[in-house]
Design a protein around this ligand. Sequence first.
Ligand code: NCD
Length: 331
Amino acid sequence: MHLDDRPFHVLESSQFDRPFLDYICLLTDTIRRFDKSKEGLMYLRGLLAHKRAMLYFTQPSTRTFLSFQSACHILGMPTSEIRDSSTSSERKGESIEDSLQTFSSYVDIIIMRTQVPGLCNQIANHLDNTDRPVPIINAGSGPDEHPTQALLDIYTLNRSFIRRGGIPGKTITLVGDLKRGRTVRSLSLLLANYEDIKIRFVSPKEYRIEDDLRLQLTKKGVQFEETSDFIGALDGTDAVYMTRVQDEYDANNESAAINIDNYSLKYEDLCHLKKEAVIMHPLPRRTELDTRIDKDPRAKYWRQERNGMWTRVALLTMILGVHRNIVLPDL
Ligand code: NCD
């Protein structure tokens, strides 16, 4: 994707290339400086005051919902929301396409999270063939993709490695339910844009990555390994990315039988990590990430969470075409 060719829909992470990633990281850094003064914040608030956004979140969400909502408000964009399809006309038998087409009559962009894989693409296709196509942002679609989380993860990694040559050449260890964890899928595909990256996938055998991801990474020439030796994988790792078991996708409570104790980062394990390593988690966490780690300088997940809001501000300015009003520093 070319920079002048800014995204319309944001559906999957593979639509982003390296120039886009470098640009959005710089744009996010620049936008954050506006947060330092009242004048800066007032300027941002004027940028999209003429637009309206809809948040259609029918799957539970705390961070993604609030960070998108806050991002819209930072840019002056009023928001409306649906958080439960039983309160919309879907309850009266309206098709999902008709419901979303209805929302598109009232707003300029729809940000959606759903339990159903592929639904965001389906709705984007549908709206493209109507009189009023509006951009769709995928804020999490079942177990398949979470492209905006991957953007904020890249931004966090980029900042963390700023004085160490950036993301290229780093070893990133992704741990947990890699089969159904959409953040891991989207992030690994973005990491493929960086030279000489090494990915370690760590999980019990039941939660290994899906074949299609394995195939895509192989095609892109990414060096990766799959292992169940968590402690061994920490050796030489630059960033460890923990994730929780996605048991909401269980058919018959099958997760209960899988022991994940060996895939949890405990305070005592920190000695296996480099001094300058980075610990990340998309949150929410359960037992896989010890709360005693929060105070360790390597823990970046609370910062990662806050970075989400600013990365989403940057993305919204791009999609709605006001990013050029933010002047980037000459490098
Ligand atoms: C993630 C998600 O929803 O996929 N959370 C998030 O968006 N920050 C991770 C998760 O729920 O485990």
